[in-house]
Ligand binder design. Sequence first.
Ligand SMILES: [Zn+2]
Ligand SMILES: [Zn+2]
Length: 241
Amino acid sequence: MRTTSLLIDGDILIDAGTGVGDLSLERLAAIDHVFITHAHLDHIACLPLMIDSVGDMRATPITMHATAQTLEIIRKHIFNWQIWPDFSVIPSAEQPFLRFATIEVGQPVVLGARTITPLPATHTVPAVGYHLHDRTSGASLAFSGDTSICDPLWDAVNAIDDLRYLIIEAAFANRERELALLSKHLCPSLLLTELEKLRSRPEVLVTHAKPSQVQQIAQEIAAGSGPHRPRMLNAGTILEF
Ligand SMILES: [Zn+2]
Ligand SMILES: [Zn+2]
């Protein structure tokens, strides 16, 4: 019953879906950066609300990172004074609660020992995945975001030489394969075909399953062949590296 949100070290969020609702006010207030994959509601639903909740608890703005196309969509349709106020000028333009930062595929953002680099993705709206690298541990995690068949994603993922985890989506069961293709998502059969393009051996975790199809998707993935043996990523899972 939760949608996409990955918390990194307590201060960085990748996407702000309804999973954010599991965090306490103190943990919400500690988030300095939010990296958005794309503008769909299941990935941004809690962003406007969390800014309103923690804005006056923080000394610095939350920085929202997204591509220029995604920023334009979110600013036009969410922070437009009709759906929600424009928190990039509240309480003042000089010291706002929210700051927008433009990112580009392949261009790394360095935050301490962590580097976050947008990855290519194919979806119905402009979308990216993310590559998280930690310099201290010398390990990486890649997250597809919402994507369908996407060779540029695999080119980028195969160029990561220390990949420990790959989190990838499978939104629909195989019976909805046509709908998965139409809505530019993956189903287990498409996912397993895509994984044939992966050359390294990270732990592969599957996310974004439609709540009513989770069991079916898990069964179809478990029944598949191939070297990667993906497993479902459950809400609340902690990955350490
Ligand atoms: Zn989407
Ligand atoms: Zn989604």
